[in-house]
Design a protein around this ligand. Structure first.
Ligand SMILES: [Zn+2]
Length: 152
C-alpha cells in the first residue's frame, strides 16, 4: 500500500497534467474543467509531454521573500508542443543564453523552502533541451523560421 501510494504521488509530481476537451480535442492547461476553445465541459485528464519552446521571458531580480535565495532567476512563458502556454521558471541556463523559440523540457526542481517548518516545495521548471555542439552551430546559422530538427 505504501509503495503504491508513493508511486502515485511521484507520478503526479513528475507529470504536467491538464485536460483534453472530448468535444474539440483542445489540450488545456492549467486544468479548468471548461474548454477555452469551445466552452463545453472538459474533464478528461491529459498528461503533457513537458516539451515546448520559449515564447517570452524576463528576469526576476526582486522576488517575493520565499523565492529570495533563488534570485535572480528567469521566468518564461512556454508554448507547449500540445499548444497551451505555461508560465514557469527556467533552470540550468544563464539569462543571457535564453532565446525566444529555444526548445525546453520540463524538469522537477525545488521550487521553494518553507523556512518555518523546513518543508521543501517541489514544482516544475523548464530547462533547455541539450543539443550537441554540431547541432547548436548548425542551428545558429539556420534561418530563424526553420524548424529545429528533432533530437535522435
Ligand atoms: Zn473544446
Amino acid at each position: 500500500m505504501e509503495v503504491a501510494r508513493f508511486w502515485r504521488t511521484k507520478a503526479q509530481r513528475y507529470q504536467l497534467v491538464g485536460e483534453e476537451c472530448p468535444h474539440c480535442k483542445s489540450k488545456i492547461f492549467p486544468p479548468r474543467d471548461v474548454c477555452p476553445t469551445c466552452e463545453k465541459e472538459a474533464k478528461t485528464p491529459f498528461a503533457f509531454s513537458g516539451r515546448g519552446e520559449v515564447y517570452s521571458f524576463s528576469a526576476v531580480y526582486n522576488p517575493p521573500a520565499e523565492f529570495d535565495k533563488f534570485a535572480p532567476y528567469t521566468v518564461a512563458l512556454i508554448r507547449l508542443v500540445e499548444g497551451p502556454l505555461v508560465t514557469a521558471q527556467l533552470t540550468d541556463v544563464d539569462e543571457a543564453d535564453v532565446r525566444i523559440g529555444m526548445p525546453v523540457e520540463m524538469v522537477t526542481r525545488v521550487l521553494r523552502e518553507d523556512g518555518e517548518r523546513g518543508n521543501i516545495i517541489y514544482g516544475y521548471k523548464f530547462r533547455p533541451v541539450l543539443l550537441d555542439h554540431g547541432r547548436e552551430a548548425a542551428r545558429a546559422h539556420a534561418p530563424a523560421h526553420q524548424p529545429v530538427p528533432a533530437m535522435a
